[in-house]
Each structure stands twice: as C-alpha cells, then as structure tokens.
Ligand binder design. Structure first.
Ligand SMILES: *[C@@H]1O[C@H](CO)[C@@H](O)[C@H](O)[C@H]1NC(C)=O
Length: 197
C-alpha cells in the first residue's frame, strides 16, 4: 500500500515534470511573447528555475517596477513571485500569488511570506513592506501558463538590484495555496534581479 502510493507519487511527479518541460518548450520565454492586451515591457528575464519568466518596466524616477510574471501552471495549482527587501530567501518576501479560486475564476493578490509556513492570506496595504498595486492574473491556456501582473513600489535609495523569489505549487485547498515541494527547483527558485537592466 505504502509502496504503491509512493510509486503513484513518483509517477505523478514525473508527469508534472514532463508537462512543465512541454509548457516551457511551447512558450517563448522572453523574446516574442505577446500579452493578451499587447502590454509592452522594456526588459525581461528568463528565470533559471521552474520555467518562469519575468517581464518588467522599471521607472527609476519613481522607484516603481511594473511586472508580468509568467509561470507554467495547469489546473489546480498556484504561482507566486515576490521581492525580499530584507533577506535572500522566502521569508520576508513581499509577494503576489495567483490561483483558481473555489468559484473557478483566477484570483490574484499580494501576500507577505513571513515564515516558512505563511498564511498566504491577502495582505492589507499597511502590512506590505513594499506597496504592491494593480495586481491581476490571467491564464494563457495555449502556453499552459499563468501570468501575474503587479506594480511594486521599491524602497527609495536602495538602487535597482533586489533579491527575488518565485514559486509554483500543485494544489490549493479551501482557497489557500498549499505548500510547494521542498526539494529540487522549488527550493532553488531565488535570485537577484537588476531592474535597470
Ligand atoms: C512600459 O514602458 C513603456 C515605455 O514607457 C510603455 O510604453 C509601456 O506601456 C509600459 N508597459 C506597462 C505594462 O506599463
């Protein structure tokens, strides 16, 4: 019983991996991606893990960055991206998360990853270290991706280079994203990004 269950798990993980790589192969990472409303971003980074991509528009004069985060996702999972203004990993990250809610439609909102088991609840503006506005999400069914849009107010005087993290998980329970895998690419999806580049 236990053995067949773990075999099932291995098989499903392999399927997920196969689906993810297919999605990556089908989607154009940065160069020729066309957004649904033809939004234009001046810069783009193909992120090194999880097949994710970050498109961004940085405005130095106002310390703001408008982003479109794209990540492979099918069905019942979730995707998230955020900036960590105080550290280099998950804890402290001011994030945006998107998933299909219990009503069926895609929901997206800002959330604070304040521990390794964050509530994933919607963060009120006053609880965000970095104000995040204009959050929305859409599904690109053809590319099997979810796209999350947001505008982040960066801290003044801290330059344009920040630590960021991104993530995807396979399930959502009661409108709460469930924990992501804690091995492999899911714990390596961190980096630094210079929004001026
Ligand atoms: C990004 O900046 C360019 C140039 O200012 C502008 O044309 C474009 O609309 C901006 N895109 C978004 C999504 O804000």
């Amino acid at each position: 019983m236990a053995a067949s269950r773990s075999l099932t798990l291995v098989v499903s993980l392999l399927l997920v991996a196969a689906m993810a790589s297919t999605a990556v192969a089908q989607s154009s990472s940065c160069a020729s991606y066309t957004f649904s409303s033809n939004q234009q971003y001046g810069s783009c980074a193909a992120l090194p893990r999880l097949g994710a991509t970050l498109h961004y528009n940085y405005t130095a004069a106002t310390n703001t960055v408008a982003v479109a985060f794209r990540a492979p996702q099918t069905g019942k999972g979730w995707v998230a991206w955020g900036i960590n203004p105080t550290g280099s990993g998950m804890v402290g990250t001011q994030a945006v998360v998107a998933f299909h809610g219990s009503k069926g439609s895609l929901v997206a909102y800002p959330t604070v990853l304040d521990s390794y088991a964050p509530s994933m609840a919607t963060a009120a503006a006053k609880d965000l270290a970095l104000p995040i506005t204009d959050v929305s999400a859409e599904e690109n069914a053809k590319a099997k991706e979810v796209v999350v849009y947001a505008t982040v107010a960066l801290p003044a005087g801290k330059g344009s280079k920040f630590n960021h993290v991104w993530q995807q998980g396979g399930s959502v329970s009661g409108d709460v994203p469930a924990a992501h895998p804690t091995s492999g690419d899911n714990v390596l999806s961190v980096g630094t990004i210079d929004f001026s580049k």
